[in-house]
Design a protein around this ligand. Structure first.
Ligand code: APR
Ligand code: PHB
Length: 387
């Protein structure tokens, strides 16, 4: 045996798992297909649930997050030319979210792993995994033998594909739209995130710091990013986010990152096959509207790390046996929430009946304390023990 746990993928799931196992004295090796620079620069979402912030802080990788993260106690839902605040913290007994880029979490976890002297191999992509033998083949003829393999290699990785097709059930939905996302050197135009429902399509105003904003526009799924010069992006954002009384203008600035991401819901069950455990995007994808992808990956590896601690300390397999079921309960709650936010906020092909239902739903969410509380408690995230 070369190591106790072979971790495939150095995204948030693989890196946090390595960090948690390292603290428990469990030996692991992380194999990542891309370069360090690539994974540190890859722009993704940026909303951390309270539970995600807590685990990073409690395990010593939250210093920069505590300094630079922006704590938010509410979000705005904007539709019909008016804004409505959902007072998340007030509705959830004080829970909040923190805005901090996913690639910043990745940088902090890589630094911690390298400081701890733990093996972390970049440009060492896994090519083949044997879930029963506990063998990972990687790079040019490398081979790693392990007691357990953690498949943390994202949606397009090799881990899920290593499970025999007959052993997996897949649930999937593709949406007839995508998100065009930008990062711009412009101060946020609001203290909180603004989720906008507009007849021309969804728009989202988010941020990364007091100097950088992150904005998204609903576009066609096959949209070409070349069709969106900077001026067109700002014009469309201003139109969709405008308030009826004319009091809102989005601050504009240099756009230094632009990309299109598909919107998809996906679950593969179970999340374990023999010695192979799937975690994060390798097992499930949620549309970004609920801001849950990273948080779900973190929840998975917390459950897995707990199971592995008991297994390696006293051969207790109960936690590992319960892994898939425990994770899936949260996965499906989050799938529902992410789908619900998505269908409520996006333009869906102009069916007038559906459009009326959306408006009624939005009205209800901002008028009813019960409905707002339901949105808020899902958005800030439940405790690990609760779901
Ligand atoms: N071998 C090794 N590494 C691989 C392989 C492979 N064959 N294939 C992919 N990888 C790497 C990718 O390069 C990436 O760095 O696995 C990593 C997977 O990371 P993520 O895609 O970030 O997935 P995960 O860690 O599960 O994090 C989930 O990421 O996609 C977002 O919205 C999602 O926020 C969520 C988070
Ligand atoms: C982001 O800031 O990137 C972000 C925020 C909220 C979302 C999705 C993405 O729902």
């Amino acid at each position: 045996m070369d190591t106790q746990v072979g971790i495939v993928g150095a995204g948030p799931a693989g890196l946090l798992l390595a960090h948690l196992l390292g603290r428990a004295g469990i030996d692991c090796v992380v194999l990542e297909a891309r370069s360090r620079d690539y994974v540190e620069q890859r722009v993704r979402a940026g909303v951390l649930e309270q539970g995600t912030v807590d685990v990073l802080t409690e395990t010593g990788v939250g210093d920069r997050l505590q300094r630079e993260g922006m704590v938010h106690h509410g979000i705005e839902l904007r539709f019909g030319g008016e804004g409505h605040r959902i007072a998340m913290s007030e509705l959830t007994g004080g829970r909040a979210i923190t805005v901090y880029g996913q690639q910043e979490v990745v940088k902090d976890l890589i630094a911690a792993r390298l400081d701890a002297g733990g093996p972390l191999e970049f440009e060492a992509g896994a090519t083949e995994i044997d879930p029963s033998g506990g063998v990972v083949r990687y790079g040019d003829g490398g081979e790693l033998r392990c007691a357990i393999v953690a498949g943390c290699d994202g949606f397009h990785g090799v881990a899920r594909a290593a499970v025999p097709e007959a052993a997996l059930t897949v649930y999937e939905r593709e949406y007839p739209f995508a998100w065009l996302g930008i990062l711009a050197r412009a101060a946020p135009s609001s203290e909180e995130l603004i989720y906008t429902h507009h007849e021309r399509g969804f728009a989202l105003h988010s941020m990364r710091s007091h100097e950088v904003t992150r904005n998204y526009l609903q576009v066609a799924p096959d949209e070409d990013v070349e069709a969106w010069p900077d001026e067109r992006i700002w014009e469309e954002l201003q139109t969709r986010m405008a308030l009826a009384d004319g009091s809102f203008t989005l601050d504009e600035g240099e756009i230094f990152e632009k990309g299109i991401a598909p919107m998809r819901s996906f679950v593969a069950e179970p999340m374990r096959h023999d010695r192979l455990f799937l975690a994060g995007d390798a097992a499930h994808i949620v549309p970004a509207t609920g801001a849950k992808g990273l948080n779900l990956a973190v929840a998975d590896v917390r459950v897995l790390a707990r199971g592995l601690r008991a297994f390696f300390a006293h051969g207790d397999e109960a936690g590992l046996d319960a892994y898939s079921e425990r994770c899936l309960r949260r996965v499906w709650r989050v799938q529902h929430f992410s789908w619900w936010m998505t269908q409520m906020l996006h333009r869906t092909g102009g069916d007038p009946f559906e459009a009326q239902l959306q408006r009624s739903q939005l009205d209800y969410v901002v008028r009813s304390r019960a409905a707002a509380t339901s949105l808020a408690e899902n958005y800030v995230g439940t405790e690990l023990e609760d779901a």
